[in-house]
Structures are given as C-alpha cells and as structure tokens.
Ligand binder design. Structure first.
Ligand code: SLL
Length: 267
C-alpha cells in the first residue's frame, strides 16, 4: 500500500509547549467552593508553541488536532477520575486544588501517522518561584531566595510554567508527511513584539524576574539563541574549572609520590 511507505532519511518536527497556569482563588471563590481547602485554580495544557497575536493565552496559535488524536492527563489520585482523556482541542484540563504534583501527559497521534504515543511529565506549579529581588511594595531585596507569601502571590498574578519542546517524526509514512506539510506551524516571533515576558526557564534566572513582572509570557526564536549562548558560556566555565582541578590533582599526585618515597623501607 503506497500509504504505508516510509520516507527514509526525512525528519519533520512540530513545536509544542506543555505546562500550566495557576491563580490564587479569591476569598469569595473559596467561600462558594465545594472544597474549602482548595486554594488555586489551574489549567494544564498541550498547545502549539506560538502565541496568537494579542492573546492572553500562552501558545495555541495553531490547532494541533490534525496530528494529535488524544491527550491524556493523569492527575494526582486525590482527584476524582484522575485520568482525563481530551479528544479535541483545546487539549487542556482545568481544576482547582491545594497542592502541586507531577502530571503525566500522554500524547496519542492520529491513527494514519503510525506513530507510537509519547509521554511527557509536568510538575504542576501553583506557587511563584523564590525571588531575589524586591516584591511589589517591598523596600528591600531579600538576602536569601524567598517564596512570596500567599498575599504577595495573589498580587503577582498568575503563575506560568511552560516547557517548549519539539515532537520529532523520523522516517514518517508518506501520507503522514503530506498531512504535516499541509499544516505548517506558525513560526515563533523573532522577539516578543508586544514586549511580553519570556516564559520562566529554570536555566535562565533572568526569565524568572521577567515572568514575575506580570503579563502573559510568550516563546520567541530569540530564546533559542540566548539559550545557546548561555550553554556556550557554561561550557567555558566548566572547562576552566576542569583545568583548575586537573592542576590541583597533578600537584597532589606529586606530593603523594614524595611522601611514598619517604615511607618506602630503606634498603
Ligand atoms: C502534596 N504531593 O502533598 C502533593 C499532593 C495533591 C493535590 C498534592 C486536591 C484534590 C481534590 C489537590 O489539590 N490534590 O481535593 O480533589 O502537596
């Protein structure tokens, strides 16, 4: 069957983001909730990486249903029916709760792809990151990284925790390749035109401050270059460290040799 022919040597990818947003429930919301112990409202989602223009949503410019058949979010066992199957966009689950936990995200592709499902993991983030800069209305910079109090967290606005990723298909079936190429992803903007903050990034502490300043973050292609630069810088630092420790090791070995000679029984 012609459809079942794999196109060898070709790889094609689709950029996605996965993660969550969370907001602190207002006292009024808590009073009317069936669950008085719940403190936050959150949404976990899988979306296309590029944000729609003038949108308050992180990512999601493109509909991914042409290649994604189902996204299964496996929530903590404290939730009723913790396995949530989402069969059409938006591929997301919104809930309220009190605690952070690991969410298993399984992406199943359309049957004609012949691709195996993939599993991702996302740590549901409810609380803002520790900060080492002054919070709104604070007068001093905390000496140690500090987790904002719930009141401050509410003032800081929604917490965003998103991961950029690329789903790579190697040697795709001819019909699936055709399907993918018929739906090119909206490219990421080079830099954020609307001056949106960059999404929080564990390896980029500068992004933490930017994302706490409020506003809905957005992924850009400039982030990729910045990350490459940070990796290059870190590599340089590691090489210097390695050289330092190598010379210390050589000195110590010399010293050891000297001491061993001293200890050696005299003939
Ligand atoms: C923790 N290990 O102790 C985590 C568990 C569980 C979160 C977090 C409530 C669910 C419900 C909820 O937020 N569970 O009441 O329906 O922090």
């Amino acid at each position: 069957m012609a459809d079942r022919v794999r196109v060898r040597g070709v790889t094609i990818h689709r950029p996605i983001i996965y993660g969550n947003t969370a907001t602190v429930l207002t006292p009024a919301e808590r009073e009317t909730s069936h669950y008085p112990d719940h403190t936050h409202r959150w949404t976990v989602a899988v979306r296309s990486a590029t944000s729609a223009p003038d949108s308050d949503v992180v990512g999601g410019a493109d509909d991914l249903a042409y290649f994604i058949k189902r996204v299964t979010f496996k929530l903590h066992d404290t939730y009723p029916n913790p396995t949530r199957n989402i069969d059409k966009p938006p591929f997301e689950v919104s809930e309220t709760g009190w605690g952070e936990f690991e969410i298993q995200i399984r992406i199943t592709f359309v049957a004609e792809s012949g691709e195996k499902a993939i599993t991702l993991y996302h740590h549901l983030k409810l609380h803002p990151w520790s900060v080492t800069f002054p919070l709104p209305n604070a007068t001093s910079v905390p000496a140690e990284p500090e987790i904002p109090s719930p009141e401050n967290a509410a003032k800081l606005g929604p917490v965003h925790s998103w991961q950029y990723d690329e789903i790579v298909f190697a040697d795709p079936f001819q019909n699936f390749l055709a399907l993918l190429t018929a739906h090119p992803p909206t490219p990421l903007p080079k830099t954020s035109l609307s001056k949106k903050p960059v999404p929080f990034h564990m390896s980029n502490p500068a992004s933490l401050e930017a994302s706490l300043k409020g506003g809905v973050p957005e992924f850009t292609s400039a982030m990729e270059k910045e990350e490459a630069d940070r990796l290059e810088e870190a590599k340089g630092k590691i090489i210097k460290e390695q050289e330092k420790w190598r010379s210390i090791l050589m000195e110590k070995e010399k010293e050891l040799e000297k001491l061993q000679k001293l200890l050696a029984p005299k003939e």
